[in-house]
Design a protein around this ligand. Sequence first.
Ligand SMILES: Nc1nc2c(c(=O)[nH]1)N[C@H]1C(S)=C(S)[C@@H](COP(=O)(O)O)O[C@H]1N2
Ligand SMILES: [Mo]
Length: 187
Amino acid sequence: MSQDRVPPGQKVTTRFPVLHEGTVPSFDPSKWDFIVDGAVNRNLKFTWEEFKSLPAVTIISDFHCVTGWSRFDNRWEGVRFSAVAKMCEPDPKAISVFVSAEGGYTTSLLLKDMLDDDVLLAYRFNGAPLEPGHGGPLRLIVPKKYAYKSAKWVRKVTLMTEHELGYWEVKGYSDSADPWKEERYSR
Ligand SMILES: Nc1nc2c(c(=O)[nH]1)N[C@H]1C(S)=C(S)[C@@H](COP(=O)(O)O)O[C@H]1N2
Ligand SMILES: [Mo]
């Protein structure tokens, strides 16, 4: 296994640990929605059916948890965040995206990082619907950041003109969260 794919301080696993705060939320496709709001020209609200009918892509990427495990070659299917951004028409002053998940988990990313081609709102994993434990029905995947940025059970993204910290970032985990620079903690 080529070492240059393993960020500093990480160990590769072929398992897929389930890791989160709180409990796995239940999913009712008739009540679920996904909201895009904040500093945008168009507020968006998708039902599950509407979200599933958006153009989908498949991206194979590696996944790095800040606790030290990395999982290679994960096959995610879903909608590129950049495609959603096109639809909502961000205000030119928008610089950040605040991500809200069911159950209160939050994270945030700079808009420029969210617009990367490999950033996905994913609903399938390795050829099957994304399991509830791994964030089904819908999770964010941001391969270039530690996985606490890859929020499970995403329900809302809010475009922001100022950057606000999320759940782990407030508690002292790195906001930039680059595994290759081993940015685990903010202090
Ligand atoms: N909603 C929510 N998303 C979350 C978390 C969480 O606690 N709640 N934990 C994050 C962390 S720290 C990791 S490592 C990954 C784990 O994803 P997995 O359970 O699919 O392996 O989910 C991330 N997304
Ligand atoms: Mo993690």
